[in-house]
Design a protein around this ligand. Structure first.
Ligand code: BG6
Length: 304
């Protein structure tokens, strides 16, 4: 049952000057975090980070002007949590149920030197009755960087649990023509835009000039996203992630997406960290997996 007093129930987590709970778009509860270096906002719907911005810098995350903000609907932009499956699944929502569920806020704390950490839990009701027993948490730590940890424990006494996960990060860019991506040279990928054809790209950097939908496998490499106009380099460091997905829908696909502007593909690039397809995870009973990424930025003097 959806109630409008949810923000009031969450007020006990507020920390003056650091953590505020308020009503966001679509009357959904939203948390705003302020640190000495940055601001962030997170919706309970999907435990979805929609904004992260360092002081004096443009936002690092893109969220569509046309996104839906409604219970049970995914938000277009920010960082959707893809879990427990990636992509389409017949009879079930694309990219799993985690991004559609209202997560619970379990804890909000300050960390040394002025940062904030928020801990969310995925309620069991999100799984449906037939789903295996798992405990799923998400820790969002905001400081001069944004650190995200998706923690999954198989609580079954005797059954293994197999899943995919992905932190589907939409990065904000000045214009897609100004962007290059490094860290994936020579890594094998499946080209979703070409019927999952296996390919390898040996270029030093990836530039985006058409639809891109690539699943890079067996790589834990740090990725760098250079924006030559903003003279900013964004970095994604990761652990517990063997896959990287690079996605931009480009013009024709953008026009088919009701929650995305026709030209917004020019302002974003998804670089997604997780474990998908052949890198899916199997957890033995009682075991825990942690997918962790840290997103940071630094000025770059490098041109194109
Ligand atoms: C990417 C997929 O991860 O997500 C793409 O590789 C997909 O194929 C994209 O189009 C967006 O998915 P959705 O369900 O949010 O529209």
């Amino acid at each position: 049952m959806v109630t409008t007093d949810i923000p009031e129930r969450l007020k006990r987590f507020e920390i003056p000057g650091r953590v505020t709970v308020l009503e966001g778009n679509g009357e959904l509860p939203k948390i705003e975090a302020t640190t000495d270096w940055s601001t962030a906002e997170i919706y309970l719907n999907g435990a979805h980070v929609t904004d992260f911005q360092k002081k004096g810098e443009p936002p690092m995350l893109f969220t569509s002007q046309f996104s839906r903000f409604a219970h049970g609907e995914p938000i277009r932009g920010g960082i959707p949590i893809i879990f427990p499956w990636f992509g389409a699944r017949e009879g079930s929502p694309a990219h799993g149920f985690a991004r559609l569920a209202e997560w619970e806020l379990h804890e909000a704390t300050t960390i040394p030197e002025g940062g904030v950490s928020l801990r969310f839990g995925l309620p069991l009701s999100a799984h449906g009755a037939t789903w295996p027993p798992i405990a799923t948490y998400y820790v969002v730590t905001i400081s001069d960087r944004l650190t995200l940890e998706l923690i999954v424990t198989n609580t079954s006494p005797d059954q293994p649990f197999t899943f995919e996960n992905c932190l589907h990060t939409y990065f904000a860019v000045s214009d897609i023509s100004n962007v290059s991506v490094s860290g994936l040279k020579g890594v094998h990928y499946l080209d979703k835009a070409d019927n999952f054809a296996p390919k390898t790209d040996n270029a030093d950097v990836i530039r985006i000039a058409s639809e891109v939908d690539r699943i890079y496998c067996d790589t834990e490499a740090t990725i760098e996203l250079l924006d030559s106009k903003l003279r900013r380099k964004m970095r994604i460091e990761k652990s517990g992630s063997a896959s990287t997905v690079v996605w931009n829908p480009w013009s024709a696909k953008a026009q088919q997406m009701p929650d995305f502007g026709n030209d917004e593909y020019q302002q974003m690039l998804c670089i997604e960290s997780g474990n998908v397809v052949k890198n899916k995870v199997t957890l033995a009973p009682g075991k825990t997996s942690v997918l962790k990424i840290a997103i940071s930025s630094e000025p770059s003097e490098q041109g194109r």
